[in-house]
Design a protein around this ligand. Structure first.
Ligand code: AHR
Length: 554
């Protein structure tokens, strides 16, 4: 049986209506259809502030992510800013991208950051971690890393966007000194160290002030095949001394794969063997979960279990969402384990890789490793996942969608001068207003969706989402996962009056709908104003939709 670990080791909707009614109970819309669902926002039950970092990204040096997703080169005819794709930067500014993780993923534990600094023409070419998996026809730069993008270019990319860089250090194949010297290169004050001078010679005199550092990646697999105990020893060693320059370094420990509770527990037992003070070294515990197994319970084989990104039926649709909704249990479960060791909850979860993972075959650019075509299904999946994060703001410090461009659950696809925003990219647009909002406990009630799972009855929930308030703006996001039924949803606010409101939503009559280089606007946000008239909103959520309600309170 091949599992992920082994694999990695080897290599409007008409009729939207508003009624305001202070009473509890199902409300009738003006066209007399009874509301079948309800969202009740509990203003008196705040859950915590939604960190912008829950809307983070991940860009690994893998396949077409860097070359030519992010980097096109300064001399390219593709519009660029210092060699970095301009369209990408502009949209990432629009969605307020807060943080970007780099350079891996598995790549990180084979990467020597020293290869990626200094004059570009003097940088070495190296064999990429993913070389063995690359297709024959893939561009040479995917297999043999030209190092055109290194720390300077990546941090510059982040600064152009207004995002924080999150760098993952190599624990498998470099010594601890390489880690602290990378921190020194990035953060030592202008003129203070030889490495600060090297940075200044490249045009970056001022320190980068990188705050987020990963100590290895998937150390249970491609990051070194460590046991949790062995990795804990390495974590202690790599984190024992690092230069801070007056700032806080937030260290993220390589955490569990999906429901590997024992990794979380055994890691903490070993780290704390040296005393409870050790806990202060850990800012976050990484958690990775990919929704890959669409076999309907038939296999755990990493290759055989995967589904197709474009060819799927309605059962595959619900299977993917089932795999994705496991995230809430994973967050709660690992949080529970953390609580045993850290009752004061200093250490948070960092979900730095999440998304669906399909079998190859749907690439917009044939030969781009791990690239897949995001559809409306992935938009619903992504909205559902972001709402899980929104509902758990006290537990999760950061989350990073895997991966930004030309890869798994990508927000963007690009090839040479072609660039398109995928339905997933549009979800990030719809959800951006949650950032820095106060999450509110919210009750979603809707009929379950029964379906036939290979002759056995199964069902999926009918409506879920999250709400947050910031000043006088209330944001409610939700997904209607039904492939064929709209929901008529009563919104019960129980506080304040609605000054004005609007809904923005993503949907399409075809659940396979996706945006291509040629047809860019198949799944795009549509906005309509909702005119308040009384005490509860009644809004129609189309089938297979991601919906964001923007409500201005008096
Ligand atoms: O995102 C692709 C790969 O999946 C990453 O490199 C690795 O960390 C994970 O297993």
């Amino acid at each position: 049986m091949i599992n992920r670990r082994d694999f990695l080791q080897q290599g409007a909707l008409g009729g939207a209506a508003l009624l305001l009614s202070p009473k509890i109970g199902w409300t009738r819309s003006p066209n007399s259809r009874m509301a079948d669902s309800r969202i009740e926002v509990l203003f008196d039950e705040p859950l915590g502030t939604i960190s912008p970092n829950l809307y983070g990204h991940f860009a690994e040096n893998l396949g077409g992510v860097l070359y030519d997703g992010i980097w096109v080169g300064e001399k390219s005819s593709v519009p660029n800013i210092n060699g970095l794709r301009k369209d990408l930067i502009e949209h990432m500014r629009k969605i307020k991208a807060p943080v970007i993780r780099y350079p891996g993923g598995c790549f990180a534990d084979s990467y020597d950051w020293r290869d990626g600094i200094g004059p570009a023409e003097k940088r070495p070419r190296r064999t990429n971690f993913w070389a063995n998996d690359e297709a024959e026809k893939a561009p040479a730069k995917h297999r043999y890393d030209p190092n055109s993008v290194g720390t300077n270019e990546f941090v510059h990319f982040c600064k152009l966007i207004g995002a924080e860089p999150y760098l993952a250090a190599n624990v498998r194949s470099l010594p601890a000194s390489a880690f602290y010297q990378w921190v020194e290169y990035c953060n030592s004050p202008a003129g203070s160290t030889t490495l600060a001078d090297v940075r200044a010679a490249a045009g970056f005199a001022e320190p980068f002030n990188v705050k987020y550092w990963g100590v290895g990646n998937e150390s249970w697999g491609c990051g070194g095949e460590f046991t949790a105990q062995e990795y804990a020893v390495e974590f202690r060693r790599y984190s024992t001394w690092l230069p801070k320059y007056g700032d806080t370094l937030n260290l993220i420990a390589s955490g569990p794969n999906t429901d590997d509770w024992s990794w979380t527990r055994e890691f903490l037992v070993e780290v704390l063997r040296k005393g409870p003070g050790q806990l202060h070294r850990i800012y976050g515990m990484a958690l990775h979960h990919y929704a890959w197994n669409l076999s309907r319970g038939k296999t755990q084989n990493w290759d055989a279990g995967k589904g197709d990104a474009l060819k799927f039926d309605s059962v595959d649709w619900y299977e993917l969402l089932r795999e994705g909704e496991r995230m809430e249990g994973l967050v709660n479960g690992h949080w529970q384990v953390l609580s045993e060791f850290d009752p004061l909850h200093r250490v948070k979860l960092v979900v730095d890789e999440w998304g669906p993972w399909y079998r190859p075959g749907s690439e917009a650019t044939p030969g781009d490793l791990l690239e897949q075509m995001p559809t409306l299904r992935d938009a619903v999946f992504s909205g559902m996942t972001l709402d899980i994060f929104n509902r758990n703001p006290e537990k999760i410090a950061m989350a990073n969608c895997a991966q930004l461009i030309n890869c798994l659950n990508s927000l963007y696809l690009a090839r040479e001068d072609k660039f398109v925003i995928t339905p997933v990219g549009h979800v990030f647009e719809l959800y951006a207003s949650h950032q820095q909002g106060q999450a509110l406990r919210t009750v979603f009630s809707a009929p379950n969706l029964p379906y036939d799972r290979d002759g056995k009855p199964a069902s999926f929930w009918g409506l879920r989402g999250a709400a947050s308030v910031r000043g006088k703006t209330l944001t409610i996001t939700a997904v209607n996962p039904s492939t064929n039924e709209s929901r008529l949803v009563e919104i019960a606010l129980r506080r304040g009056t609605v000054k004005e409101s609007s809904m923005t939503f993503l949907t399409n009559s075809d659940v396979h709908a996706h945006n291509t280089f040629e047809q860019q606007n198949v799944v795009v946000p549509q906005t309509k104003a909702l005119t308040p008239s009384g005490g509860a909103l009644v809004v129609e959520f189309p089938p297979a939709s991601v919906v964001a309600l923007n409500i201005q309170l008096d």
